[in-house]
Design a protein. Structure first.
Length: 265
């Protein structure tokens, strides 16, 4: 090991492990930008000794994340990247396809519009557009929210097989977030049946006091519900009556995204 390496690396130390991960990601980013690069180029770019760059490239190559492009020893991204990306492309598609519809709905409704999907026992928000009337700057993107206390969560729950729904609710628990949260299984089930009948779900200050929301299902080409689109706003403005009046707009928006995802129904 050179003096340069010993000064920057501490094998076995926690910081060293994190540093290696950081460098490996940097290597992938370099190859993504340049198309291909040699060991010397990579070493210079991330400021490490050539032997360190060679080891990083070797480890990434062993996992199929990079491959040697030519006999000259240049490296490029490997097809292992596609395998990893495949795990999120469905979510990315929904976000890309759905954003224009979210923007249109946010403008029409004047409220904040989100797209969420099921992630284990949570609804996770992937996309958000704030309407002109939005009164808070809360960013829901990336947040894991409870299924039983959110409109998106209710939509996702309502379209699950009963056995799977019971399992998820047992894992998550029916936590009480406000006095309005539905924590009794029978009441929640009745509420979900109503949501199925209406074609949209609602929450009335069930997750946060002062916040109302409604959501509708987004389907894939096979008709399976893969996401929910919601509109949320202050309870004094987005009243229960107003949500019922505006719900057809939200449902049409959900149908438009579903159509763009290949659903013909």
């Amino acid at each position: 090991m050179s003096n340069h390496e010993s000064a920057t690396e501490t094998p076995g130390a926690p910081a060293g492990g994190v540093q290696s991960v950081d460098r490996a990601v940097s290597v992938l980013e370099i190859l993504a930008q340049r198309g291909e690069a040699g060991v010397s180029e990579v070493a210079a770019e991330i400021d490490v000794h050539k032997s360190t760059a060679f080891r990083l490239l070797g480890a990434l190559e062993a996992r199929g994340l990079v491959e040697q492009a030519t006999e000259r020893g240049k490296y490029r991204l490997g097809f292992g990247i596609v395998r990893l990306a495949g795990a999120v492309t469905g979510r990315i598609d929904i976000t890309q396809v759905g954003r224009p519809v979210c923007e249109q709905l946010a403008a029409e409704l004047g409220e904040t519009v989100n797209i969420a999907i099921l992630e284990e026992q949570y609804a996770i928000n992937l996309c958000q557009v704030r309407g002109p009337g939005a009164v808070t700057a809360h960013n829901w993107v990336g947040q894991l929210t409870p299924l039983h206390a959110t409109s998106s969560g209710k939509v996702l729950l309502a379209h699950l097989p009963a056995k799977r729904r019971v399992q998820l609710l047992a894992e998550a628990g029916l936590k009480k977030y406000t006095p309005n949260t539905l924590t009794a299984r029978t009441k929640l089930e009745r509420n979900l049946v109503e949501a199925l009948d209406r074609g949209y779900a609602m929450t009335l200050e069930e997750y946060e006091l002062g916040l109302h929301a409604m959501a509708a299902p987004i389907r894939d080409r096979d008709g399976v519900v893969i996401a929910a689109i919601s509109a949320s706003g202050p309870s004094y403005r987005l009243t229960e009556e107003r949500m019922h009046e505006l719900a057809p707009l939200l449902v049409r928006g959900a149908q438009e995204i579903s159509h763009r995802m290949g659903h013909l129904g």
